[in-house]
Design a protein around this ligand. Structure first.
Ligand code: TMP
Length: 235
């Protein structure tokens, strides 16, 4: 399968058509943005790390019964995926307070949450991805109640699978963001990426941040942190 026209370019990835109308090629970039594109930069080697880590975790999730859009890794930065229509929700699962939850609810960063918290945001850059609940999602027809039930079930199961898996690599899964899509037959599958761009990963001994917060907060060492995640997960 080869790249044909560019179908879409996002902040961190390009998506190309292929000779098969039901397959797309995702190409991961080193470009980094934060705060809805207000902050821009580059994390050298990020594209390779995010592509390889995403595919590794998608394969793991498939093996545990979570359907995904993943088909085949084509190169260090490029992956063949199934065509889906993306459901316009950012689905966030949180285990430990960090990021926007800290400021929104006045929690201390690092506070353990009594149960995992599931949140949805409406994917809309012009509105800055506002938080929405089940009622907004139904009212705006972003997903049907049946689809949302499937999404919530998958998201919490993914949290269990990834938290346990990452623990063996001495990584605490603080929180993460997922996106889901629909195949032409309507089946809901996990899409997009699962990477240090879209998860918070903390070293479980030192508490060191091994994710995009190093870039968001100008902590330095982003390249090394991404490289460390790749090494711990793929050897
Ligand atoms: P938040 O604390 O900023 O709401 O982020 C929660 C999780 O979602 C965190 O792991 C980072 C991830 N995330 C994205 O992947 N994309 C985004 O645009 C945002 C705001 C967060």
């Amino acid at each position: 399968m080869t790249k044909k026209e560019l179908a879409y370019e996002g902040k961190a990835k390009k998506v190309f058509r292929t000779e098969d109308e039901n397959r797309f090629i995702v190409s991961y970039k080193d470009d980094a943005t934060a705060f809805n594109g207000a902050k821009k930069g580059t994390i050298r080697g990020k594209g390779v790390v995010n592509n390889r880590v995403t595919n590794h975790l998608m394969r793991l999730l498939e093996s545990k019964g979570i359907p995904t859009h993943f088909v085949e890794q084509l190169s260090d930065t490029d992956t063949l995926v199934k065509k889906v229509s993306i459901i316009p929700l950012e689905v966030v699962v949180r285990n430990i307070a960090a990021g926007s939850l800290v400021s929104r609810l006045g929690l201390a960063e690092g506070a353990k949450l009594a149960v995992p918290v599931l949140e949805y945001s409406y994917k809309n850059d012009a509105l800055n991805d506002p938080l929405v609940n089940d009622y907004h999602i139904a009212a705006l027809r972003l997903a049907t109640p049946e689809e949302l039930k499937i999404i919530a079930g998958y998201a919490l199961r993914i949290n269990d699978i990834l938290s346990a898996y990452l623990k063996d690599a001495h990584i605490t899964l603080i929180d993460f963001k997922l996106e889901f899509g629909k195949l032409p037959d309507g089946a809901v599958v996990l899409a997009d990426e699962i990477s240090p761009d879209t998860c918070r990963f903390w070293d479980d001994r030192s508490g060191e941040k091994l994710d995009k917060d190093r870039f968001r907060g100008d902590l330095g060492g982003a390249e090394d942190a991404y490289g460390e995640v790749l090494k711990r997960l793929l050897g």
